[in-house]
Write a protein that binds this ligand. Sequence first.
Ligand SMILES: NC(=O)c1ccc[n+]([C@@H]2O[C@H](COP(=O)([O-])OP(=O)(O)OC[C@H]3O[C@@H](n4cnc5c(N)ncnc54)[C@H](O)[C@@H]3O)[C@@H](O)[C@H]2O)c1
Length: 346
Amino acid sequence: MKVRWGVIGAGGIADRRTIPGLMLAENAELAAVMEINMELAEKLRAKYGAAAAYDSAEGLINDSNVDAVYIASPVLFHTGQAEQAIALGKPLLVEKPIALTSKQGDAIVKLCSEKKLPAATGFMMRYHAYHAKMREIVISGMLGQVVSCRAQLTCWYPDIPGNWRQQTATSGGGSLMDMGVHCIDLIQYITGGKAKRVAALTGTKTFHYEVEDSASMIFETDKGAFCYVDSNFNIPDAAAKCRLEIYGTQGSMLAEGTIGQVEGGTLSVVLSDAALGYDAKQDRVDVTPVNVAVEFGNMYTREIESFSRSILTGSPVEVPIEDAVQVQRVVEAAYESSKNGMFVNL
Ligand SMILES: NC(=O)c1ccc[n+]([C@@H]2O[C@H](COP(=O)([O-])OP(=O)(O)OC[C@H]3O[C@@H](n4cnc5c(N)ncnc54)[C@H](O)[C@@H]3O)[C@@H](O)[C@H]2O)c1
């Protein structure tokens, strides 16, 4: 049995990544697409062989052949479209960031839980094989106590007049809200800790739009790890390193090029004998590289397959929308800190 998906805002990331991923999923199929004009909706319908095309979210949600809804529209529309899907009892996958504010996110969570509807969010980077491996290593205890984490996601995003991402009213925030959320989520997912206090610097340094193009934040997790996240709209794509680093008392993990939309990059893990003593020369050579061979696939296919499985079998949702709301609270704390120059507790 397959979940028949309807896609709202099918012409952006949905067309670039998620629908191609969905087409490879074993337990899902594309039933309908929605775009803001019928010409584009029809073009996408034909491209992917879907049965129906709509130019209104309401029309797609009301289609009786649509079992579940994927919302990939600009952020300001997420809440209203989610509410419509929930009203008709349709499970939903909502792209990150979940909504303009965590308050709006809370309202979506409440409605879903009242209707007992499965709801997931688009933190698909959790499905990167290396990120799953890093989590496994932390859980195994091999890394010891996790003490320090860094994650980075940047791109080049110059002024584009009228662009929804560059205005607070339509995006909710800039590089931190758009890209930093993946970094925060990955650190929390891999280490199992949740941010409990946050400090940040955010600002528009290079371009002229309203939202920040530069954001650097630190936070401490409830498990005691100190973490650093940076997200920028003003570093050339080809110069971006997109590093993810996790350090523990028994080793380290360095992933490069794994935070992104394509499963790839490299991961190097080294472990050390916890029982070794202090070396004043600090030239201990006792670290051992760990074999981290994985098989690459498609993160978007895994995302759709996992959530479709939850819809079909009732298995727990792997990336629940509650997690996106919690990350949004962290982002809001970062913005507050950037304004008042203080740590903000969560
Ligand atoms: N998880 C990921 O890999 C990933 C990557 C990029 C974007 N995103 C998220 O996906 C969402 C969309 O971002 P994007 O990059 O695709 O933006 P985009 O601007 O490229 O595409 C958005 C699409 O939504 C359509 N749209 C506009 N108004 C709409 C409305 N009222 N209802 C439905 N559709 C409407 C637009 O015509 C456009 O085709 C955002 O929440 C963004 O953060 C996720």
